[in-house]
Design a protein around this ligand. Structure first.
Ligand code: PGA
Length: 248
């Protein structure tokens, strides 16, 4: 009943014109799939995403958003601007933003609220660094992060929020959580969501796994009962790999 989401996080890759070409190739080769494809691309690529992908069953969005609705914030991009480009999703709280830009849980929650005000679904990332996993405190750590990052975040329905569990030690490293370890965390997250939002809501909400998802490990991960798809970095940049993930 939860439609799987295969969300590509392009990070800072490709130029806008390379992206436009890639989008055209994607829609020409899109396989029949029960999953929902989505691409989270740099801001500069979004006009081409809306131009090329519209009407083809592929969603798009950004990788970050300003915590402010509007105003004198040089270099920032508002949720309203993203809504104007028909973004369906936008990532907030990615570990690269949390660590390189010192984003706190409170700031992430603020950004999620801005997105919801504009009808955009936040893909909210949480996950523990290696030393926390090694100390066996990953569940506690991740749930605390979730709680802080969802402060005052009240999505109108379960389809208006996506959680991505991304263990920091698995991002871009080639190390993946085993399907069993990932599933255990996803189960803990769903349990927390049930307590917070109620079971009907939490059972419908999608929880993605992220961290070195590749065509050869995606099927094992995506077939776990509480893993509803992936947030995929590296493998989403190669068309062939991304197409394989859609059918995994
Ligand atoms: P990766 O990135 O798939 O390259 O590990 C995942 C992410 O950072 O979202």
């Amino acid at each position: 009943m939860r439609k799987r989401l295969v969300a590509g996080n392009w990070k800072m890759h490709k130029t806008p014109s390379e992206a436009r070409q890639w989008f055209r190739e994607l829609i020409a080769q899109l396989p029949p799939t029960q999953a929902e494809p989505a691409l989270l691309v740099p801001f500069t690529h979004l006009p081409y995403a809306s131009e090329v992908l519209e009407g083809h069953g592929v969603s798009w969005g950004a990788q970050d958003v300003s915590a402010h609705p509007e105003g004198a914030y040089t270099g920032e991009v508002s949720a309203r601007m993203l809504a104007d480009l028909a973004c369906k999703y936008t990532i907030v709280g990615h570990s690269e933003r949390r660590s390189y830009h010192a984003e706190s849980d409170a700031l992430v929650a603020e950004k999620a609220r801005r997105l919801l005000e504009q009808g955009i679904t936040p893909i909210l990332c949480v996950g523990e660094p290696l030393h926390v996993r090694e100390a066996g405190e990953h569940v506690e750590y991740t749930l605390r992060q979730l709680e802080g990052s969802l402060e005052g975040v009240n999505p109108p329905s379960a389809s208006h929020l996506v959680i991505a569990y991304e263990p920091v030690w698995a991002i871009g490293t080639g190390k993946t959580a085993t399907p069993e370890d990932a599933e255990a965390m996803h189960r803990a997250i769903r349990g927390w969501l049930i307590a917070r939002y109620g079971s009907g809501f939490a059972e419908e909400l999608r929880i993605l796994y992220g961290g070195s998802v590749k065509p050869d490990n995606a099927t094992a991960l995506f077939s776990q009962p509480n893993i509803d798809g992936g947030l995929v970095g590296g493998a989403s940049l190669k068309l062939g790999d991304y197409l394989q993930l859609l059918t995994a």
